[in-house]
Write a new protein. Structure first.
Length: 111
């Protein structure tokens, strides 16, 4: 017997146009894992802090935003904003952490 559990996403995931272009700086092999992490982690309760999900304390170029760390050794970063009134999570940027530097769209990102 197979049991299938389907969890409805409470939040709609909306990608900023630039977020897709940010993936060009990340090897294609990681794209499905990043997408899965976004869907699993942000579709329901994206405002709950976890080890890999946190509200950024300093305002960045994204304004007030959250950060999701995912992938091997948590090397990928997904920056997002929660829009409670419309039940949307807006994906603002997707980057890759290499050593102490963050790269978004293949370019070093200065906060």
């Amino acid at each position: 017997m197979t049991i299938i559990i389907v969890m409805a996403m409470r939040y709609e995931l909306v990608y900023a146009a630039a977020a897709f272009s940010h993936l060009t700086g990340i090897a294609r092999a990681y794209h499905p894992a990043i997408r899965r992490a976004i869907e699993q982690q942000l579709g329901y309760e994206p405002d709950v802090r976890t080890i890999n999900r946190r509200l950024l304390l300093k305002r960045s170029r994204f304004g007030e935003a959250w950060e999701l760390r995912c992938g091997p050794n948590n090397r990928f970063r997904v920056f997002y904003r929660i829009e409670e009134e419309t039940a949307r999570v807006r994906i603002l940027a997707i980057g890759q952490k290499i050593r102490e530097k963050l790269y978004i769209g293949g370019e070093e990102f200065e906060k």
